[in-house]
Design a protein around this ligand. Structure first.
Ligand code: FAD
Length: 228
């Protein structure tokens, strides 16, 4: 990131870090959490991400937190044919990984406005980091395709003022689930008002949510992180 005082000079290179893969835990057949041994000097603000480098490719992953843990935790969906997520799903313990960071501005910005968090899939990861950092009082709608993709549900439910799983199918849905997309939940359930919206996940959801906010919640602030 170029500093304000550094205008006109080349940007300062982001430091490159090296870490060992310490552990992997499967959350569902398609999604896993990995832990990296944290480089002693590495610090991040909850909600930020790292950029993993692999054979010339780079991919970003949000840090789950807690921010003071000796390991760095990531929640990753394995994508068929996806080179980096597949490598991370299969790499043996002790594999050396390289990353840049911390990156991003999707961090908690306290305000008197109620916070509404909308996530799809693994886009819930930065919200886990915020909850682990002690943020409370938020309303979180998490949209997934199947009930087992409600990652960290109990932890988030305990921290939230309102936690709403959003599923388009009824199969196995918890009693507090909303039948539909997170954007449909926002339209159906949020009282008119001014909010701080935090949006993370699919670009399509963020685009749709932004339109809904513009049309129905004018004056709200919107912070977003697009995964793909
Ligand atoms: C800011 C940012 C933060 C991110 N944080 C995370 C994270 O915490 N966890 C995570 O799993 N991914 C995250 N991603 C996505 C991640 O960087 C990779 O794109 C993903 O792991 C796929 O990489 P790949 O090389 O395996 O497959 P690629 O060949 O790069 O991707 C194949 C296709 O899969 C789709 N895709 C990408 N990511 C996802 C996803 N998470 N779920 C469903 N479909 C997807 C896209 O359409 C993509 O074109 C983030 C992306 C960004 C930009």
């Amino acid at each position: 990131m170029e500093s304000l005082t550094g205008r006109g000079q080349p940007p300062t290179p982001t430091p490159a870090w090296t870490a060992r893969l310490a552990a992997r835990r499967w959350l569902t057949p398609g999604t896993f959490e990995i832990a990296l041994e944290r480089p002693a000097a590495f610090r991040f603000t909850p909600g930020q991400r790292i950029r993993l480098g692999l054979g010339g490719a780079t991919r970003d992953y949000s840090l789950l937190g807690p921010a003071d843990h000796p390991r760095l935790h990531l929640c990753i969906r394995r994508l068929a044919g996806g080179p980096v997520s597949t490598f991370l799903a299969e790499a043996p313990p002790e594999t050396t990984l390289h990353f840049d960071g911390p990156l991003g501005y999707f961090v908690w910005r306290p305000s008197p406005r109620p916070a509404v968090w909308l996530a799809t899939g693994t886009g819930v990861a930065p919200f886990v980091a915020l909850a682990r950092a002690g943020v409370r009082g938020f309303r979180l709608a998490h949209g997934v395709r199947a009930v087992d993709e409600l990652y960290y549900a109990e932890e988030l439910r305990a921290a939230a003022a309102l936690y709403v799983p959003c599923l388009t199918t009824a199969a196995g849905a918890p009693p507090d689930a909303f039948r539909g997309r997170v954007t449909e939940w926002a339209v159906a359930s949020l009282a008119p008002g001014i909010y701080d919206f935090y949006l993370c996940g699919r670009g399509e959801m963020i685009r749709d949510a932004t339109r809904i906010i513009d049309a129905g919640f004018a004056g709200s602030r919107v912070f977003s992180e697009i995964f793909f």
